[in-house]
Design a binder for this molecule. Structure first.
Ligand code: ADP
Ligand code: MG
Length: 247
């Protein structure tokens, strides 16, 4: 099982005064369902962009399975077979003419043989229940279908760690349900899943581990029960107010 670690990571966007990651130290343990929570601007998306080496820290280290990331092309290509990231807007991740082409893009770029690419596409399409839309153009899909196709494209790389940045924010409850069904199957296969979410129910009922981001750092990392019992962290991060206050 694979895990990811951030060790005292700093990252500042060009021209910005504040650090988006401001001394972030946190571990995402292997095989867990991990919920990443924190208000807008806390640094969740910036963290995700570091997980597969798309961004590089100004200082500090990101480690995969104990080894620091190496930022040359070859190493990053190898890393991305282990760490798959689905970004916030699934739409932006789809750019091919057909669903099948889109899902095969990743494995094809790995230089796999054609039968192996087809096998991977089939596997991912079945897992994400998009087999019946493989020949359809991606622009003609519903939001839920697009999300599942984006997920299939990443899963076709067969990563150990799946990182998903608010994939479900725009989906209806039925669409969300189907994504969690996919996550359940991945969890059974020993995969590590990291999901950015604002939903307390996801924390309570799905997560086995929670990381709370605040101001570019991890304010908490641990079990959902420990978080819900930690009055100090709940107060300090404003979570108590948004989760438990009556309207
Ligand atoms: N492309 C960007 N250019 C400049 N600043 C950015 C950019 N993206 C994010 N930021 C800033 O970095 C901080 C962290 O943002 P982000 O990682 O998107 O947080 P979250 O995903 O938790 O909402 C915020 O202060 C945000 O304004
Ligand atoms: Mg974000």
């Amino acid at each position: 099982m694979s895990w990811l670690e951030f060790a005292d990571v700093y990252y500042r966007y060009p021209g910005q005064e504040r650090y988006a990651l401001d001394g972030l130290t946190v571990t995402f343990p292997g095989g867990e369902n991990i919920a990443l929570i924190g208000r807008n601007g806390a640094g969740k998306s910036t963290l995700f962009l570091h997980c597969n080496g798309l961004y590089r820290p100004d200082a500090g280290e990101v480690r995969f399975a104990g080894r620091p990331l190496v930022y040359d092309r070859k190493s990053l290509k190898a890393l991305r077979q282990h760490v798959g990231v689905v970004f916030q807007n699934a739409d932006e991740q789809l750019f091919s003419a057909s669903v099948a082409q889109d899902i095969s893009f990743g494995p094809f770029n790995l230089g796999l043989t054609e039968p192996e690419v087809r096998r991977r596409v089939r596997m991912a399409a079945e897992l994400c229940e998009v087999v019946d839309m493989l020949e359809r153009p991606t622009h003609a899909l519903s939001g839920g279908e697009k999300a599942r196709v984006a997920l299939a494209g990443v899963l076709a790389m067969d990563p150990d760690i799946l990182i998903s940045d608010e994939l479900m924010a725009n989906l209806d409850p039925w669409g969300r349900r189907r994504i969690f069904d996919i996550f359940k199957r991945l969890h059974q296969r020993g995969k590590t899943i990291v999901l950015a979410t604002h939903d307390l129910n996801v924390v309570r009922r799905w997560a086995t581990y929670v990381v709370v981001m605040a101001g570019g750092r991890a304010a908490f990392a641990g079990s959902p029960d420990d978080l819900l019992a930690n009055q100090a962290v709940l107060a300090e991060t404003g979570l108590a107010q948004v989760w438990f206050d009556e309207i």
